[in-house]
Design a protein around this ligand. Structure first.
Ligand code: SAH
Length: 333
């Protein structure tokens, strides 16, 4: 039976506790005067309820379990044992698509060693339980249509903490170098003389389809896959993708950041010569308890996804691989 879990705290550690409880099937209420962006996002998505204020006796009595979560910390001291003036470092860690099981062993180990963790919206929040209690966690989530931290501010934060002698982990959804702006962060660190390295992660462009039973390549069907950003639609002045060329590559096409633009993208592929009957699927929230898959053809997929209320984050796959495996598509809730 679902337990009523009350989480006292509004920071990232509270978000981590809430996320672990949700994964257990619990009903979660957060009590805090304010929320970090990532926790506010969980509330907006209807996954968690929020009572604004301090913890009261009534809250405690109404709950089956009460979790008092430590604050995110604002420890400005250098790493213990660091010689004065020593520079720390930055590790860009890929956290996978959302399931803590899809973080790498090295990623988890590095997380546990961090003095400061700077984290995104699409990371597996429950993995933050591995962070040392005395470490600081900082939320720099970019919430679509909501609060967001600018890239310059993120770069500056990484550099500032490392120059103060701390081991900084920059935790990013999927792989840091696949539409993750990890390259920009690496350049910012290098320019400031901060040692930086990357720990690759499981990218949603491959694992999103896989988790829904779709292989991005399959012998006899396709000899490759092409991953593109759908952030701007094909007719947008900032678009540099040659959609007509893409339509005739014969490879599987994987589109990230393309929920809003799916209609325009599908149209561009069909007018570029792709068979309108080519199978297509959208996988949303891959690796999360809310994972969903919808199926159609390149001609119908935008409508199918819209009718099913599919929202970001979602990966679209176009190609015969969508029908390669004899797996039932997950039922649409
Ligand atoms: N670096 C990330 C991608 C960042 S761009 C990676 O390698 O996976 C953000 C886009 O990734 C989203 O708009 C969506 O298209 C995709 N995405 C990330 N996590 C996802 C998930 N759990 N399920 C489906 N798509 C996801």
């Amino acid at each position: 039976m679902s337990r009523r879990v009350l989480v006292a705290g509004g920071g990232l550690r509270a978000a981590a506790a809430a996320s672990s409880a949700l994964a257990e099937g619990d009903t979660v209420t957060v009590v805090a005067p304010d929320l970090v962006a990532t926790l506010e996002d969980l509330v907006h998505r209807g996954l968690v309820s929020w009572r604004r204020g301090e913890l009261s006796l009534d809250d405690v009595l109404a709950a089956d379990v009460v979790l008092r979560v430590p604050a995110d910390g604002a420890d400005r001291r250098p790493r213990p044992g660091t010689p004065a003036g020593a520079v720390g470092d930055v590790v860009l860690v890929g956290a996978g698509p959302g399931d803590p099981d899809l973080m790498t062993v090295g990623g988890l180990r590095t997380l546990a060693e961090a003095d400061v963790v700077v984290t995104d919206r699409l990371v597996p929040l429950a993995a933050l339980d591995a962070v040392r209690p005395d470490a600081q966690v900082v939320d720099v989530a970019k919430i679509p249509g909501g609060r967001s931290t600018g890239q310059d501010a993120i770069d500056a934060l990484l550099v500032e903490h490392a120059l103060a002698g701390r081991r900084v982990v920059r935790l990013k959804g999927g792989d840091p170098f696949v539409f993750g702006r990890g390259g920009e962060e690496a350049i910012a660190c290098a320019r400031a003389g901060v040692p930086v390295r990357v720990l690759p992660g499981v990218t949603s462009s491959v694992s999103g389809p896989a988790l829904a039973g779709i292989p991005v390549t399959h012998r006899g069907l396709t000899q490759g896959f092409t991953v593109v950003s759908g952030h701007v639609p094909p007719d947008h002045p900032d678009s540099t993708v040659d959609w007509k060329a893409l339509a005739s590559t014969g490879t599987t096409i994987v589109v990230l950041m393309g929920v809003r633009t799916l209609g325009a993208i599908a149209e561009a592929l069909v007018s570029g010569g792709l068979d309108p009957d080519t199978p297509a699927a959208v996988v949303a929230d891959a690796g999360l308890p809310s994972q969903r898959r919808v199926d159609g053809t390149v001609a119908t997929i935008a409508r199918v996804a819209a009718d099913a209320g599919i929202g970001a984050p979602a990966v679209t796959v176009v190609g015969r691989v969508v029908e390669a495996l004899p797996l039932e598509p997950a039922p649409v809730a």
